[in-house]
Design a binder for this molecule. Structure first.
Ligand SMILES: [Zn+2]
Length: 44
């Protein structure tokens, strides 16, 4: 059984592109940054 890219993407934990912290997908899944970095960006 070969895992498809789609399947792998579903089980692979997302990481913040800024600090590398694992992101818990509890809202918008298109976000690539953690709440902390998002807040920093929002304030910048
Ligand atoms: Zn971050």
């Amino acid at each position: 059984m070969t895992p498809t890219p789609e399947t792998f993407r579903n089980i692979e934990p997302k990481k913040c592109t800024d600090c590398g912290t694992s992101i818990v997908e509890m809202h918008e899944s298109y976000l690539n940054q953690c709440d902390k970095c998002l807040s920093l960006i929002d304030h910048n």
